[in-house]
Design a binder for this molecule. Sequence first.
Ligand code: SAH
Length: 477
Amino acid sequence: MLLTITTTHQPATDLGYLLHKNPARLQSVDIAYGQAHVFYPEATAERCTAALLLDIDPIALVRNHRGPTGEGFALEQYVNDRPYAASSFLSTALAKAFNTAMNGTCKDRPELPDVSLPLEATVAALPATSTEQLRRLFAPLGYEIEVEEHPLDPTVPQWGASRYHTLRLRHSALRLRDLLSHLYVLIPVLDRGDKHYWISQDEAEKLLRRGAEWLPQHPDREFITRRYLRFAEFVNPTLKRLLALDAEASDDASEPLAELTAISDATGAAAAETAAKQNLHDLRLDRVAEEIKGIGATRVLDLGCGEGKLVRRLLKNPKIEHILAMDVSWRELERAQQRLHVAEMPPRQRERLTLTQGSLLYHDPRLAGYDAAAVVEVIEHLDESRLAAFEEVVFARARPGTVFVTTPNADYNQRYESLAAGDFRHHDHRFEWTRAQFTAWAEGVAERHGYRVRVEPLGPAEAEVGAPSQLAVFEVG
Ligand code: SAH
């Protein structure tokens, strides 16, 4: 199976830096049951194409993979499309060959991964039930789509179409890592093959993570989730529970790692930890609501509002005339709408609240003119490389009078028994900062934008590790 990626970005050979693969050389990596080769059929300043060719060894496949019932030999095991169709193998190969690009890093040209490029990708032998299915999956992600349906047998036209397609995707301005993540998740979703070759739990978790930025907004997110769960479920039943909670970072309230512990057969200690974390989140929200009351704010932003736990508290504050609660996740907003019973609110109350979808990484004029903004347990969900955009949006453009930002304190993590060293509290956290790191960031932001800042522990503090969470209060002027 063959995947090609082309750009006409100038100079097009930047693609080589981005993919971390030199256009002048053929490079090969070992993958389970075969090899993936990367080479460039064209590499000029005007146009550059990288190809990923998969070479699966069908015999090794059969030898190493017995069917679910343990049967050792069946013709079907030898005669199948695995070596030829784009499937989960292609995802595995993508992750292995283009790992740095998928993670959005580029050592030589650190600014490149954030640049949106004109991109074109072609995937050959992609199984799908119909052309329509391919459109439904890729069109919402902004692609222009061209599909070629391959006949079952070109010499016997009456047999009609096979389920294999050549898919050509075009996007005028997309980050390369987004293209790779889309392919990584959607190729195995399309694959109807009932044999799964996901290699490890780790693999399944990576899959979940690759979808975090776009899957929750995808109209077919449920289908996608269900389809790739066929694999994940096989590897890790817990993941199914997590995904059922939300395809994306949803409920920080229980710090879903604690959720994980609880699911995998709660011991007394783990259950206690879960409860403690729930209380911690209440404590954070109460504290921020109190602070907002303390400054007498009348117009308040809740940025990354999630399911509206803070909004519920803010609505009880009669001094507040208007709350704009924003989140990037439609799912969370729907949940907020339900939990806050927005539909049943008396009109007066309803007018006090605007629930809206938006991203903190893009300038949004609706955010201007507020006294206070709460950003509770949100920044750690943003890629660290995008924090500069967040800073610009909130502190340079929206400029609320006071900004409250909370985030976990990584120094405290060693107190959580269920957390291995270096782990994060939530699968969608992109980073967790120590007190020193958060303070340094907060002071930098304050200085760059004319705010004063104080950073405080949040939750019961302990001598060495501090409190579980931390709060920065920025005041303008
Ligand atoms: N503030 C809420 C939810 C915290 S969970 C609470 O304390 O209960 C983090 C939230 O940030 C999620 O709801 C997630 O959808 C949202 N989020 C993540 N990235 C975002 C972005 N770029 N713009 C806006 N919200 C974002």
